[in-house]
Design a protein around this ligand. Structure first.
Ligand code: C2E
Ligand code: SIN
Ligand code: SIN
Ligand code: FE
Ligand code: FE
Length: 473
């Protein structure tokens, strides 16, 4: 198009006629503007000589009456003397492109939100995977929920299958006191609707609802307007309800509801996991008890074969545990010490009766076999994952503080503490018992032996604690 200095169209190309109409020449350019007239003012900078070329976008009326957004490049026209005589310009219709750009922008916003929500879901997933503590998981879920859905408060209520009561599991954002103490029958108020109907149930006129919340009184300080409940369903069973509260009206989008229901799914899974974990713990506990009964059976069988005096292994085990306690060994290690002590001579299963029950002293060759018993213990027990942590005593109970023991000749604190403690208890009880190769010693003589071996066979610290314990009785 071309305009003269009065902004009257003086020339058009075919596209120009097509857009503005066949009668466009001679008409004022301002006739064709839609919306803000001042966009045209920019063109003045061409006429007063400030600019030679300008770019402008403006909404203009097409000949069919439709509003279109045009992008103009305008250039000033001058005569031979340099006087401005008008402007020439070309325009492109960018209406569609702009619409597309806006859609992209909107899409970007939505995507951003979706990405945020996906991240929230990942966070929750990870929590469910690493935490068997339902309380921790629910705290994470609810904090993500309140942020991502932009609501004031949220709660998880679990449904007790027998009594059909709803009990507080977790909550966030409430002002009313004692929210965590609220328990009520599922049929009492609005809270039960999502459960009975097995679907998300929402009202944004809470005060006007015919049926009130069962907790309406208790939550009055919160002044909630919106309530939304969605059932927690896992493996086809309703486990409770996820509730969202807001102090203003809400008209949630489909995505909002979808996200809420996704979270409800996650919560239901977490509740199920927690329950399974408790069941597993119980099963595990029962198994552990069965194992320990087995170990005690084995240890009695070993004593029988060894012709040990009645209860040697039991006594040594008790003495070892008492010593360990007095030495400050953490309680978490006591179970393995107990198992290790009960099985300390299990390796003697590899020693033939002819050696084990020999009335007199052992030959060099017999000693070679006898000294293998800690190694055989390790071979026997190490394939049993459950007993591997209990191996210190069976494997190292014949090591000596001065490094002259077997099987590894370990010295001092390189010998596991449990084995150093056990050695004192074992020798003490062995000396006081009748053995195939030697009658029982008097307590006096046994004391003398232990005292003499402190720092040689035994860890002196263990011996000291042992005396204190003997004195206390
Ligand atoms: P055990 O009978 O359970 O003895 C455990 C540990 O108590 C012995 O480890 C040793 O440190 C101490 N002990 C037991 N009796 C005596 C004793 O009369 N004098 C002294 N000084 N210490 C004693 P050790 O010596 O490594 O022996 C390991 C196992 O070898 C014993 O277990 C026992 O089954 C066997 N054994 C040791 N000496 C003889 C023996 O002279 N004849 C036979 N038949 N077996 C023996
Ligand atoms: C206008 O049409 O408004 C200006 C275009 C031109 O400079 O020709
Ligand atoms: C404008 O639209 O403001 C500049 C181009 C034109 O006026 O036609
Ligand atoms: Fe032994
Ligand atoms: Fe023993």
């Amino acid at each position: 198009m071309e305009v003269d200095v009065n902004k009257v169209y003086t020339w058009a190309n075919p596209a120009g006629y097509h857009f503005f109409g066949a009668d466009v020449l001679g008409k004022g350019a301002d006739l064709y503007f839609e919306g803000e007239q001042n966009t045209f003012d920019v063109v003045h900078s061409l006429f007063n000589g400030d600019e030679n070329t300008i770019y402008v976008e403006s909404w203009q009326r097409r000949q069919d009456g439709e509003k279109r957004l045009l992008a103009w490049w305008c250039r000033v026209m001058k005569d031979g003397q340099g006087n401005v005589i008008g402007a020439i310009s070309s325009a492109r219709d960018i209406t569609e492109r702009t619409r597309a750009e806006q859609e992209i922008l909107q899409l970007h916003d939505q995507t951003e939100q979706q990405v945020q929500r996906l991240i929230a879901l990942r966070t929750i997933d990870q929590t469910i995977n690493v935490s068997f503590d339902l309380g921790v998981t629910l705290d994470v879920v609810l904090s993500q929920l309140v942020t991502q859905l932009g609501v004031d408060a949220a709660a998880v209520m679990s449904l007790s299958p027998h009594s059909q009561t709803l009990e507080h599991l977790a909550s966030r954002g409430f002002r009313s006191p004692h929210v965590d103490k609220m328990t009520f029958h599922a049929g009492e108020g609005l809270e039960g609707k999502a459960i009975v109907e097995r679907r998300t149930w929402l009202t944004s006129h809470l005060p006007e609802e015919r049926v009130a919340l069962a907790r309406a009184q208790a939550l009055s300080a919160d002044k909630f307007i919106t309530y939304c409940g969605t059932p927690l369903i896992v493996k086809g069973k309703v486990r409770g309800v996820l509730e969202v509260f807001h102090r203003a009206a809400l008209t949630p989008s489909a995505e909002w509801i979808e996200f809420l229901e996704l979270l409800a799914g996650q919560i239901a899974i977490a509740m199920d996991n927690a329950e399974m974990f408790v069941t597993q713990q119980r099963a595990h506990g029962e198994l552990a008890m069965a194992y320990d009964a087995t170990i005690e059976g084995w240890s009695r069988a070993l004593d029988l074969r060894d012709k040990e005096t009645e209860g040697h292994t039991q006594r040594v085990t008790e003495l070892t545990l008492r010593l360990a306690g007095a030495m400050g060994v953490p309680e978490s290690e006591w179970t393995n010490i107990q198992r290790g002590a009960l099985l300390h001579d299990i390796g003697k299963m590899g020693v033939p009766d002819s050696i084990l029950l020999k009335p007199g002293p052992l030959t060099e060759e017999e000693w070679r076999v006898m000294r293998q018993h800690p190694v055989w213990a390790r071979d026997l027990l190490s394939p049993i994952a459950y007993l591997r942590p209990a191996l210190e005593i069976p494997y190292s109970h014949h090591e000596k503080w001065d490094g002259t023991g077997y099987p590894d000749g370990l010295r001092g604190e390189r010998i596991p503490l449990a084995a150093r403690i056990f050695a004192v208890a074992d020798v003490w009880d062995a000396l006081l018992s009748n053995r195939p190769y030697c009658p029982a010693w008097t307590e006096e003589r046994a004391r003398e032996h232990i005292r003499a071996q402190s720092g040689a066979h035994f860890d002196p610290r263990v011996v000291d604690v042992f005396w204190e314990m003997l004195e206390r009785g």
